[in-house]
Design a protein around this ligand. Structure first.
Ligand code: URA
Length: 210
């Protein structure tokens, strides 16, 4: 791997991800684990956020204590599976603004078509974290980031749970400026574009729609 891909190997994340992969894990458990992992991912991807010293008073004495400086975040959920990661990250970063993007692939042309797009108006002042549990072919991630770049955020990071090597390569061909943070890099895609060994369809497992 390279500087553009951060494989987050924290033992708690790896343990919870293994539980999520198991086919007998219930919908409720899957959602709970995804929320917990997402909080841990948020912890990792925000470790470079700048701090500034601000004067405060403890019950005993004044001090200059570190707080997050002016930088503001916007979290973007790629619908629908991004919702699970979004919920977990918001637990840790409750003041972040949120945007949503929905794309589907036209079955005839195979071109991604936008069906929903709603983001904060001050996005150009914000650092953007785009969330989707899976980078499989990478096509929807690529299309989403192309669209989001039009809003000119300060920076963009892409956060997922699982990525296929093909999807990562595909994504970085189009977006060499956008780092990916992932909890696992799996073996490959199957003939239907599912990640192997993977965890199945993240949206179906999260919402119980299978
Ligand atoms: N999307 C999913 O939810 N699962 C995969 O394996 C690939 C894409």
């Amino acid at each position: 791997m390279n500087d553009l891909v951060t494989h987050i190997q924290h033992p708690l994340i790896q343990h919870k991800l293994t539980l999520m992969r198991q086919k007998d894990t219930s919908t409720a458990e899957f959602r709970r684990l995804l929320e917990e992992i997402s909080m841990l991912l948020a912890y990792e991807v925000t470790r470079d956020m700048p701090l500034e010293k601000v004067p405060i008073e403890t019950p005993l004495t004044p001090m200059n204590a570190p707080m997050l400086s002016g930088k503001k975040l916007v979290l973007i959920s790629i619908m629908r599976a991004g919702q699970g990661i979004l919920d977990g990250m918001l637990k840790l970063i409750p003041s972040a603004r949120v945007g949503h993007i929905g794309l589907y692939r036209d079955p005839r042309t195979l071109i991604p078509v936008e069906y929903y797009f709603k983001v904060p108006t001050d996005i150009h002042e914000r650092d953007m974290l785009v969330v989707d549990p899976m980078i499989a072919t990478g096509n929807s991630a690529i299309a989403a980031v192309h669209r989001l770049k039009q809003t000119q955020p300060q920076s963009i990071k892409f956060i997922c749970l699982l990525a296929a090597p093909e999807g990562i390569a595909n994504f970085h061909t189009d977006h060499p400026d956008v780092p990916i943070f992932t909890a696992a890099i799996d073996e490959r895609l199957d003939e239907h574009g599912y990640i192997l060994p993977g965890l199945g369809d993240a949206g179906d497992r999260m919402f119980g729609t299978q």
